[in-house]
Unconditional design. Structure first.
Length: 396
């Protein structure tokens, strides 16, 4: 039935990244249902032009304004009539425009907030991978989406799992029938190590995730467990549950993507191979199921499912995220900004692995927490935390 209607027009922001590639893979399997109408990237002009050749969008955006000429020339040389754009304002405009009805929000970091808010206000279907926007401005974004009539479908595997489990009943989002949600965590590449054993770890070791293939920033976040901390805050906003009813369970096989326990004693889980194409297919097709190119789960071949508690001493980032969520207001924005700056410095070899939690803790204890009523307040907190953290790195 669906194939008789016009295909959905999909904008993929963060197209040159890991989630972007998975989204484009699923979309290309269903040319009758989805068309790529906008592709956007941060700075990778060549890769963006190559994706435009493959997917023929009407618009392409490069976020760095200095690269506009390179994008325009690259598209022309490729013989494409894709319209070139540059800058953050172009991202916001296209996210809200008639050029798309669906946005895959897969920019990494707080840079993804503005265009996601624009799509929310314009009532789009948002496939939300960019968790940092929820951590930075969760209340604002959820409110904007509800006012604009937007539909937010989580792409993070844990939140997609919870989203799917919650759809099994009418307890849905006021949380009445839900006792708690359990977010699973792989434990990252350093699971089982003590704090002392984490002192010398390198960026190359940190980004070598045992189960998921992901961009560098989220890979480091997985190694520090900050990723799980950000996800707890993300879950709080998406599903409207207080922190006490969100728990974290380490599950090294990464096959159970998360669980929901209901008041009647039922626990539902969603399982599958660790492949983001599944969650993107859920987001694109919902409430229908579409092929994602992902094989089913062979539990006999996998053999076992293990669970253990997270080690909060070796991985203090998880506790820092709980602390920021409990403090509320601008605290999660401070946590997120300090973490982005620290992770970037770690990836560039400027600081040690254990300096990441230390810098985040420093920002949280130094900066005052304000109530997060407006975007301006949140963005000011974000900027202050970036500055403070950068100064701490420069003067170390
Ligand atoms: P990535 O580093 O592979 O890709 C990031 C993309 O964002 C690239 O296309 C890059 O060009 C673009 N970008 C960077 N800065 C930008 C800017 N200022 N303006 C516009 N575009 C910019 O990252 P990823 O692993 O694909 O992750 C993307 C987001 O999805 C992150 O928020 C991450 O936490 C989330 N996520 C990723 C996965 C995964 O499996 N990779 C899983 C769950 C959630
Ligand atoms: Mg996740």
């Amino acid at each position: 039935m669906h194939s008789l209607s016009a295909p959905r027009q999909v904008a993929v922001f963060g197209a040159t990244g890991s989630v972007g590639a998975s989204a484009l893979d699923v979309i290309a399997r269903h040319p009758d249902r989805y068309r790529v109408s906008v592709l956007a990237a941060g700075r990778q002009v060549q890769a963006l032009v190559a994706l435009c050749l493959a997917h023929r969008p009407a618009h392409a955006v490069i976020a760095d304004p200095a690269l506009y000429g390179a994008l325009r020339d690259g598209l022309r040389e490729a013989g494409l009539d894709t319209q070139p754009h540059a800058g953050a304002a172009a991202l916001d405009e296209l996210a809200a425009s008639a050029a798309c009805d669906t946005l895959v929000a897969a920019i990494v970091g707080a840079a993804g907030l503005s265009s996601t808010l624009a799509a929310a206000a314009a009532g789009k279907r948002i496939l939300l991978a960019n968790k940092e926007s929820l951590v930075l401005a969760g209340e604002l974004l959820m409110r904007q989406a509800s006012l604009g009539g937007a539909e937010i479908i989580p792409i993070d595997s844990e939140h997609s799992a919870i989203f799917q489990c919650l759809r099994s009943c009418d307890a849905s989002f006021d949380g009445a029938g839900v006792r708690r949600i359990l977010l699973t965590a792989s434990g990252g590449p350093f699971r089982g190590r003590s704090r002392a054993q984490l002192e010398q770890v390198t960026p190359a070791q940190a980004v070598a995730h045992p189960k998921w293939s992901m961009g560098p920033k989220i890979s480091v976040d997985s190694a520090t467990l900050m990723n799980k901390g950000l996800e707890v805050i993300e879950a709080h906003h998406l599903f409207g549950l207080p922190g006490e009813r969100i728990e974290v369970l380490v599950h090294p096989q990464s096959l159970v993507h998360s669980l929901v326990e209901f008041v009647d004693g039922s626990t539902l889980a969603q399982l599958g191979l660790p492949d983001m194409r599944t969650t993107l297919a859920v987001g694109l097709g919902w409430p229908q199921r579409i092929d994602a190119g992902v094989a089913g789960l062979d539990l006999l071949a996998q053999g076992r499912l293990d669970f253990e508690p997270p080690d909060r001493d070796a991985f203090p980032c998880l506790g820092l995220a709980w602390q920021a969520m409990a403090a509320g207001g601008t605290a999660p924005a401070i946590l997120n900004a300090a973490n982005e700056v620290a992770v970037s410095a770690f990836l560039q070899g400027q600081i040690a692995f254990l300096a990441i939690p230390a810098l985040v803790a420093n920002a949280l204890s130094t900066l005052s927490v304000d109530s997060a009523d407006t975007l301006e307040v949140l963005l000011t907190a974000d900027q202050r935390a970036r500055q403070l953290t950068q100064d701490a790195i420069d003067h170390a």
